[in-house]
Design a protein around this ligand. Structure first.
Ligand code: FES
Ligand code: FES
Length: 159
């Protein structure tokens, strides 16, 4: 099946099995390896990407559903000022240890920030809910939560 979509701002056209997961397409067909496979069952969030403004688990997301959509992965986000701000904040907060959860976590945190009507009012609870689908086995989450506050502080005007 022919699938046309926009990936990190660039038009893509692929002939693939419509049931192939977006994760497989990103990693094995296109060669973008930031998106990780953890559980492969929709439980860990390591495979997160943003499709039409929503965080999805790409391991369970058939490529057919991407037809006509806008897809954002860490490779695209890190080229933007917001993405760089958030990654720098995560590093400053020491919210990256083994790094396996990090690509998905950055996208989940980005969603928390861009969906907030006023980032100065974001609560810890809202951040924790926003990353509740993204498991991290290393950090205990506290430093990841801190990163959002650092990003808001350092990225004044960006959010
Ligand atoms: S690999 Fe997709 S949710 Fe774990
Ligand atoms: S930094 Fe290791 S799983 Fe999150």
């Amino acid at each position: 099946m022919k699938i046309d979509f926009t990936l990190n701002g660039q038009a893509r056209s692929l002939n693939v099995d419509p049931l192939q997961p977006l994760l497989t397409t990103l990693r094995d067909v296109i060669g973008l390896k930031a998106t990780k496979e953890g559980c492969g069952e929709g439980e860990c969030g390591a495979c997160s990407a943003i499709v039409n403004g929503k965080l999805v688990n790409t391991c369970l997301f058939p490529i057919a559903q991407v037809d006509g959509a806008q897809v954002l992965t860490l490779e695209g986000l890190r080229e933007t000022p917001r993405g760089r701000c958030l990654i720098d904040a995560l590093l400053t907060a020491k919210g990256v240890q083994c790094g396996f959860c990090t690509p998905g976590m950055v996208l989940a945190l980005y969603q928390v920030l861009v969906n907030s009507p006023d980032v100065t009012q974001i609560t810890e609870h809202e951040i924790r809910v926003g990353i509740s689908g993204n498991l991290c086995r290393c950090t205990g989450y506290g430093m990841i939560v801190d990163a959002v506050n650092i990003a808001i502080e350092q990225g004044e005007g960006l959010w």
